[in-house]
Ligand binder design. Structure first.
Ligand SMILES: Nc1ncnc2c1ncn2[C@@H]1O[C@H](COP(=O)(O)OP(=O)(O)OP(=O)(O)O)[C@@H](O)[C@H]1O
Ligand SMILES: [Mg+2]
Length: 951
């Protein structure tokens, strides 16, 4: 608590078996915290609430908002926190809002919003956030807590959770991650000692002398479990038994399994109304409303009051206001002994009660999930409503459950195809691609509407690709395409493009099948006007075929212009194609602009999936431009989003959506770490993510394999590097001719040169020929360098000079620096010292400013060999700024305050100050105003990013 109050938050988890004293400790902590001036937010997971999206998060945060006046609420919820506002509206607010569509996934924005709200509250007063029974917390809330946990270091927040680790709670994985976080402290509670039991027993039987051995017997029969000790005491007292060993023996073995029997015995002494009421509260959920419980139990107010009194006197209910059991275990014991049919009936009745009382739709629906299907149309409506609400909140996994149940309720409903489509879409959003493919197939079979079928088929394509069955796309969509050809030619073309796109990214597609792609893009290649989804497909096809880069960029630009003509469900895959074409054909400026927009848009609308896509691709772009810090930041953010994506839990349908995006992000990280001279960290990253030997024919994997081979070469493990690269080459053959994606030929050439100079040279020249035809500077520069390094000393200097010249106007600064260093080295070897020095100096500066430590150090060594004494690093001027300093300074130039900068970059205001101070020192200035003279403001594009090669 002291640390949290000082600004460095943490997670503390209390673990222990049922009844061991977790809640009791939490209460003590809450008291301490409020005495110590912390604000306390608390929530509790409930067995009936695991399906209630963000239920726990709402319990934590809603009370503060409700207590605040309108002005304060406005301040708390403005800006970044705004997406949390509607979630925290409460009650029927759940039922309002926009209909769900393809862009209905809001997971990301919601998490962000909740996080910002928490950060703002913490800025006012340090917080203790308590989550009891976290094993019953809903999954979206756990995602929020995980998200928060990663950011606690800079927040005055102590997050305290209590967990039964062995509870088969639904969401083990997220919970385990939260608790297993290396930053989290785990406190495991054990049973009471004999002395502790003695204290408790003494207090309870203060009036009567204790029999010999009584305390020890209490201790052994209960195993020292405090809950059981309190139950034993309650049982003895209810029977008016004296505190003796004989009485304990009569009570018999006390265990959690026997608690029900104990409670039954106690209930037997009360009128039947008490048993009914207890059952009703157990069904409705702990803390139920008195009136509702009475109605569910079928009791009039008078007999209900009587029953409550009886239950309170027997220490079963805590009090009369809200009907809460003395302990969740008591609730569980009563619920567990209700016959199954009775439970199901109870839940159905409870659902209607709550519905008519205006409860949130998801609360109603969670009871419907536990009721038996009965073909009720109104039930279907509520479940669909709940599913849409869950989707809007970014809890597609819960939407899946509601939709499945809705389908079960309406076995032969006309709205089935629509429900199946929604189910398939929700499953897709939840990362359950195999199930999604199956349900979308069923939807396709029973749908009669052509437009709907086209959309379903398009989604089916995505589900199949992500579940690693790209080859099934063609056959699966064949029927719809044939049908559409007669009734909706535009739709048919859209689906043809969808099939082609799937074939394109699967390197195992046989050559003759790939012909199909060629047929679809033929009109675009011939310069005829085509819809945007054909242009984007054609751009990628042209790229793969190593058509001139300028042409690829032109096709991509066309697709970008016609963007909004495409139906919404088709835009995601199209955008990905567009980005790939632009990044690798070096249409850098447009790629950057569109990707920035996309990242921004994903933040705004909050789709984790969209963010993941955009961030992975942008990190690739940054890396290719030598913006290593930015590349790393995006790659790590993407990996975090992978984590946040509603996804596979331990018992779920585990799918590789994550494992498909992650390899690309990891490829960027591995590459970046190599540039930094941290091969060992790169190796660790591969091992930890299980990707050290991973393989797949999907194109996305090529980047990983390429990066891994680079690492092997950097480690001197040449044979492995060569083997991997040649295998990759063989796989790419026939599908991807261009060296722009992964320059496997030049990498293999460099790895082979010592062993087989002839083969190395052949490979390098093959790539050079392709790169010249392609004509994009970065790709050509890379090929020229490889040709130089595998060539004769005489060729070397010429080819490297050409590489430097080609890259002169390209924003690919790292490649430029690399070529300069190689040129400098080659010149030195030929004895041209002064020219060598100037190239090496430029190369070294370029290396430092990209953060490419390995290259800069190599340049230093070369310079020393030339007799120069290089400074270790540029020490003043903007080049001396670290990336963090530069980012902070740039935001300061834009007029943001330190606090706003801290919020934007998610760092502490103290850190912001430090960065700014260093920046001032390095730039030799004393005020923010002077910063603007050194750094470009918001209007002018930054010099390092603004240059574009165009093609
Ligand atoms: N240190 C203590 N001193 C006295 N009584 C205690 C102590 N710890 C726990 N108890 C009593 O034991 C019972 C069970 O404790 P508690 O509710 O904290 O358990 P829990 O670990 O939260 O259980 P669950 O996992 O079921 O939530 C409560 O009635 C509580 O009052
Ligand atoms: Mg508890």
């Amino acid at each position: 608590m002291a640390r949290a109050k000082a600004g460095t938050g943490a997670v503390v988890a209390l673990e222990g078996s049922p009844g061991i004293g977790k809640t009791r400790l939490l209460r003590a902590a809450m008291e301490r915290a409020s005495e110590g001036g912390m604000a306390v937010l608390s929530a509790r997971g409930g067995q009936m609430e695991t399906e209630f999206a963000f239920g726990v998060a709402r319990q934590l945060l809603e009370p503060v908002l409700l207590a605040a006046d309108a002005g304060e609420r406005g301040v708390l919820l403005e800006g970044a926190a705004a997406p949390a506002a509607w979630l925290l509206g409460g009650g029927r607010a759940d039922r309002l809002g926009e209909p769900v569509g393809g862009g209905g996934d809001r997971s990301f924005a919601t998490l962000h919003g909740l996080y910002w709200l928490t950060a703002r509250l913490a800025a006012r007063t340090p917080l203790l956030m308590v989550v009891d029974d976290a094993h019953w917390a809903d999954q979206p809330s756990l995602r929020f807590l995980g998200y928060l946990a990663h950011r606690l270091q800079a927040l005055p927040v102590l997050l305290l959770v209590a967990v039964r680790p062995e509870d088969p709670g639904a969401h083990g994985l997220l919970l385990t991650e939260l608790v297993a976080d290396p930053e989290a402290d785990v406190v495991r509670l054990g049973p009471f000692t004999l002395d502790a039991v003695r204290t408790l027993v003494h207090d309870a039987f203060a009036a009567s002398p204790l029999g010999p051995g009584f305390v020890r017997d209490c201790w052994t029969t209960t195993g020292g479990n405090p809950f059981l000790v309190t139950q034993l005491i309650a049982a003895l007292r209810a029977q008016h038994a004296p505190p003796t060993s004989a009485a304990v023996e009569q009570v018999g073995e006390m265990g959690l399994e026997t608690v029900s029997r104990w409670i039954n015995l106690r209930l037997a002494g009360l009128p039947p109304a008490a048993t009914e009421l207890a059952a009703a509260v157990a069904v409705l959920g702990d803390g139920a409303d008195g009136g509702q419980a009475a109605r569910l139990a079928g009791l009039d107010p008078a007999s209900c009051d009587e029953a409550v009194d009886g239950l309170v006197s027997l220490n079963i209910l805590r009090g009369a206001e809200d009907l809460a059991f003395v302990h969740p275990l008591v609730c569980w014991a009563i619920y567990a002994q209700l016959p199954l049919r009775r439970r199901a009936r109870g839940h159905r009745d409870a659902a209607w009660l709550l519905w008519h009382a205006g409860a949130a739709v998801e609360r109603v629906a969670s009871h419907l999930l536990a009721a038996t299907p009965a073909g009720d149309g109104e039930v279907v409506e509520i479940l669909l409503d709940a599913a849409r609400s869950a989707t809007r909140k970014g809890a597609p996994d819960l939407a899946v459950r509601y939709l499945k149940r809705a389908l079960g309720e309406s076995a032969r409903d006309a709205s089935r195809p629509e429900m199946l489509r929604e189910l398939g879409t929700a499953e897709q959003n939840a990362g359950q691609f195999t199930a999604a493919a199956e349900d979308l197939r069923r939807a396709l079979e029973c749908s009669n509407d052509m437009a709907a079928k086209i959309e379903i088929a398009f989604r089916l394509r995505t589900a199949l690709v992500w579940s690693d069955r790209a080859h099934e796309v063609g056959p699966a969509l064949g029927g719809v395409i044939a049908e559409a050809a007669e009734r909706d030619s535009e739709g048919a073309l859209l689906l043809e493009a969808a099939v082609a796109g799937a074939l394109q990214v699967d390197l195992s597609t046989p050559r003759e099948v790939r012909e199909r792609v060629r047929r679809v893009v033929a009109p675009a290649f011939a310069g005829e006007p085509v819809p945007p989804h054909i242009s984007s497909l054609a751009a990628v096809e042209a790229l793969f075929a190593n058509e001139p880069a300028a042409r690829v960029v032109r096709l991509a630009e066309e697709a970008a212009r016609g963007w909004y003509q495409a139906p919404e469900f088709a835009r995601g895959p199209m955008r990905a194609q567009l980005f790939v074409a632009l990044i690798f054909a070096e249409g850098h400026a447009l790629a950057r602009r569109l990707l920035d927009d996309d990242v921004e848009d994903a933040h705004h609308h909050g789709s984790a999936a969209q963010f993941l896509n955009a961030a992975v691709l942008r990190s690739t772009l940054f890396h290719r431009l030598g913006m290593l810090a930015e590349a790393e930041a995006d790659a790590r953010a993407a990996l975090e989003a992978v984590h946040l994506q509603p996804g596979p839990g331990p018992s779920r349908d585990v799918q590789p959506a994550h494992s498909l995006h992650a390899p690309m992000a990891i490829a960027v990280l591995v590459d970046t770490l190599i540039e930094r001279g941290k091969a060992r960290d790169a190796e660790r990253l591969l091992t930890e993510t299980g990707l050290a030997d991973a393989d797949s024919p999907l194109l996305l994997f090529s980047f990983l394999i390429g990066a891994r081979a680079r690492l092997r070469a950097a480690q001197g493990r040449m044979p492995e590097a060569i083997k991997d690269l040649l295998a990759l080459g063989a796989r790419l053959e026939g599908a991807v001719l261009t060296p722009a994606l992964v320059p496997w030929r030049s990498r293999a050439a460099l790895a082979l040169v010592a062993e087989d100079a002839g083969a190395a040279r052949r490979l390098a020249h093959e790539e050079l020929g392709l790169a010249r035809a392609f004509g994009a500077p970065r790709t050509l520069g890379v090929a020229l360098r490889a040709a130089a390094l595998t060539g004769s000393p005489d060729e070397q200097v010429d080819l490297l000079r050409e590489a430097v010249a080609v890259l002169e106007d390209s924003p690919a600064r790292l490649e430029q620096a690399r070529s300069l260093v190689e040129l400098g080295a080659a010149l030195r070897r030929k004895g041209h010292r002064s020219e060598a020095r100037s190239a090496l100096e430029r190369g070294m500066d370029g290396g430092w400013s990209c953060g490419a430590t390995a290259l800069a150090q190599r340049a230093c060594a070369e310079l020393r060999a030339c007799g120069a004494r290089p400074r270790r690093q540029a020490l003043t001027g903007t080049d001396a700024l670290t990336d963090a300093e530069r980012r902070v300074a740039e935001l300061a130039v834009q007029g943001l305050t330190n606090r706003q900068i801290a919020q934007t970059l998610v760092i502490s205001p103290g850190t912001v100050e430090t960065h700014l101070r260093h920046a001032f020192q390095k730039l030799d200035i004393t005020s923010r105003r002077q910063l603007a003279e050194h750094l470009p403001g918001p209007e002018q594009p930054a010099a390092r990013q603004g240059k574009s090669s165009g093609s």
